[in-house]
Design a protein around this ligand. Sequence first.
Ligand SMILES: Nc1ncnc2c1ncn2[C@@H]1O[C@H](COP(=O)(O)OP(=O)(O)OP(=O)(O)O)[C@@H](O)[C@H]1O
Ligand SMILES: [Mg+2]
Length: 242
Amino acid sequence: MKNAIIRLSGISVGYDKSPILKNISFEISRGTVFVIMGPSGCGKSTLLRAMAGLLKPLRGKIEVASSSVDGDTMRNIGMLFQGGALFTSMTVSENIALPLLRHTDYSAERIEKIVTEKLALAGVPGIGNMYPSQLSGGMKKRVGLARALALDPEILLLDEPSAGLDPISAGNLDRLILEINRSLGTTIVMVSHDLDSIFAVGQDSIFLDPTAHTITARGNPNDLLRRPPNADVLKFLTRGKK
Ligand SMILES: Nc1ncnc2c1ncn2[C@@H]1O[C@H](COP(=O)(O)OP(=O)(O)OP(=O)(O)O)[C@@H](O)[C@H]1O
Ligand SMILES: [Mg+2]
């Protein structure tokens, strides 16, 4: 593939010796909005954790192209966790400053400026002094997104960004994700089972089958709907429709 930014070769992932997913091989080209689809429990979050370098694969290799000078891959990947994973005892600003404190030696002033910028970019300016418990679900997602963007990563991993939001807020978040992709050129890997979101933002995708424990479809979600490669993909992409 031309200009792959992430390449997985023969990956198995799991939490003990028995893999939840196996024989996972795919590439994501730079600048794509890529969706990981599949029913609940099939291993989407697990695979994303492995791609973020937070879970070591049982087998296989994950390569992430890095153009950062220091070659620090972790710096090049921002992750929005399923449920946000904000630290509840820290303010919004402190949450966003965390990756900057960990990976850079920027001054306090510079960090404060970046925090302000990222909150504005995520569409929640001026809430830096609030605590996560004071935020709505949609605001928490946006703060999680601001934190994921803190280090200007080339790759954003988003785990169910619109889950739990009403359709209008979910649509707004989808538009923000597309805007980040277009304006910054960020490669976006999004786990989702929200059909509106999948069809609206996904340029490329894989489908993970919980019975086969591997990828059983690959391609643009709209193309997969038009020409479903198997019954499970068709069922997944047309559920709730008559
Ligand atoms: N930390 C963990 N330790 C052990 N098993 C885990 C852990 N996290 C997830 N699992 C198991 O791995 C399997 C896949 O879970 P995962 O969270 O990756 O699924 P998912 O596709 O993201 O589901 P959902 O759509 O509900 O978020 C499940 O059987 C789950 O119980
Ligand atoms: Mg999950």
